[in-house]
Design a protein around this ligand. Structure first.
Ligand SMILES: Nc1nc2c(ncn2[C@@H]2O[C@H](COP(=O)(O)OP(=O)(O)OP(=O)(O)O)[C@@H](O)[C@H]2O)c(=O)[nH]1
Ligand SMILES: [Mg+2]
Length: 227
């Protein structure tokens, strides 16, 4: 069993996968941790899959579409005791995941990155999201009894066995909210660590659609039945 799986959801990221995989490999070597790199793909039509494999990453092929589906499939397929997930678009700080691994080794089932505390580079987050992320996070925090204000940070680490028991169901971007909600409702102590956000390094638009995905988060927040 590996200690860590670094898991990237990936939909047509041929431009940025080499950068991310290179940074993750650099981290694994520097930190000296027994780890694998896993790419969760559910239908890339570009060269993402062959690029990932040629660079030594393993690819999990997930049938169901969506960001949440890809990550849920990736969690099931992972071999690590711990999983750190992060976007494959070159925006997250894979070279510096030390604080996430430390939190996991301390026994926290979930270690969340917070981009507002670590620093968001110019052009990395649209103005609307700079308002929307804390606003949606505040609503989610009130609803689920948490204190976290970056519910949409894509860089986070968790204990794989613990996560599997929570039974995630969300298929889209609202999975980001579901994960924090279910960890928290299960009584898990969550640690937050600062992380940075850079502008993504691809030249096409993000998959995330502000209104559609914002609504999906809200629908989850108000639709989820807390026991
Ligand atoms: N497998 C898979 N990956 C996805 C899907 N949608 C998004 N992703 C990946 O999830 C990560 C985040 O997607 P982005 O489109 O950058 O969305 P975002 O980072 O939430 O939004 P921005 O902050 O606007 O960039 C990237 O690595 C995408 O390739 C999907 O349907 N399937
Ligand atoms: Mg992005």
């Amino acid at each position: 069993m590996k200690e860590l799986t670094v898991l990237m959801p990936c939909l047509n990221e041929e431009q940025t996968l080499p950068i991310c995989i290179g940074e993750i490999k650099g981290f694994i070597e520097r930190y000296g941790i027994d780890a694998e790199i896993l790419v969760a793909d559910n239908g890339s039509s570009d060269r993402s899959v062959s690029i990932a494999e040629s660079l030594g990453a393993r690819v999990a092929h997930i049938k169901e579409k969506g960001y949440g589906s890809a990550l849920r499939g990736g969690i099931a397929a992972a071999e690590g005791k711990y999983i750190i997930m992060g976007d494959a678009d070159g925006s997250y700080d894979f070279p510096h995941m030390d604080n996430i691994v430390e939190g996991l080794r301390e026994g926290y089932p979930l270690v969340m990155g917070n981009r507002f505390k670590g620093g968001i580079e110019k052009g990395a987050m649209p103005f609307l999201h700079r308002l929307g992320v804390p606003a949606l996070s505040l609503i989610a925090s009130i609803r689920f009894g948490t204190k976290w204000l970056d519910y949409h940070c894509g860089l986070r680490g968790f204990d794989r066995e613990y996560a599997l028991k929570l039974g995630f169901k969300c298929t889209g971007m609202e999975f980001a909210t579901e994960m924090i909600a279910l960890f928290s409702l299960s009584g898990a102590e969550i640690k937050e660590v600062p992380t940075t956000l850079r502008p993504d390094k691809r030249d096409r638009k993000p998959h995330l659609k502000t209104f559609r995905d914002g609504m999906r988060h809200l629908k989850f927040i108000f639709g989820y039945k807390c026991k």
